[in-house]
Design a binder for this molecule. Structure first.
Ligand SMILES: [Ca+2]
Ligand SMILES: [Ca+2]
Ligand SMILES: [Ca+2]
Length: 199
């Protein structure tokens, strides 16, 4: 295809940005102070920037209110360049609000203080300004007082912890084993575990 030449600019050094990929023919015309001219033509191929790929992981997989949830986007990559920026945010599923910023580092962490379903999004930018986003749903469950060791399973391990403090007294809830917060470790605490038993 032949087009009328597009003016690129003047000057000894020129910066030019092609809006799309393709093969272009560039002509430089020089003129000296006596008015004589010379020109040189060269072709070059502009390739399309490949956008980055967004990947992230988070731990723990089933976070509880008050847990530090770590988000890691270090596996992100850009096959023809580098990642130049990260933008993390979340929204609460079922509640309409603007995304709340979580930070702009490769690895971030956050503590939710309210149980809920959260949609966490990372938006990455490559060194050419192309972006990619990835969202994941995080279920943050309520803190379970009766899960003494906080492993998400009210079971024999929690009873063992109670047994280790059996009969001890202190201010209400002074240790996690005082599940009912009455200031003594006894059968009443065991009954609460039994009521939520998962084995
Ligand atoms: Ca790229
Ligand atoms: Ca447990
Ligand atoms: Ca108690």
């Amino acid at each position: 295809m032949t087009y009328m030449p597009e003016q690129m600019g003047t000057g000894e050094i020129l910066h030019y940005k092609w809006p799309q990929a393709g093969t272009y023919t560039v002509t430089l015309k020089i003129t000296n102070d006596k008015g004589s001219m010379d020109e040189k033509t060269q072709s070059l191929t502009i390739i399309e920037n490949i956008p980055p790929v967004a990947i992230f992981t988070f731990t723990p997989a089933n976070p509880r209110v008050g847990n530090l949830v770590a988000f890691d986007a270090s596996l992100n990559f850009d096959s023809d360049g580098e990642i130049s920026g990260y933008t993390w945010s979340y929204t609460t599923v079922g509640i309409s609000h603007f995304p709340i910023s979580l930070g702009d580092q490769e690895i971030i962490s956050f503590v939710w203080t309210v149980a809920g379903t959260y949609n966490v999004t990372v938006r990455i930018t490559d060194d050419e300004g192309a972006t990619a986003t990835l969202s994941k749903i995080i279920e943050v469950v309520a803190y379970m007082d009766w899960d003494v060791n906080q492993d998400n399973r009210p079971n024999i391990l929690d009873l063992i912890l109670i047994g280790q403090h059996w009969g001890e007294t202190g201010p209400p809830c002074w240790i996690p084993e005082d599940i009912n917060c009455d200031g003594v470790i006894n059968i009443l605490d065991i009954i609460i575990i039994a009521q939520h038993w998962t084995g």
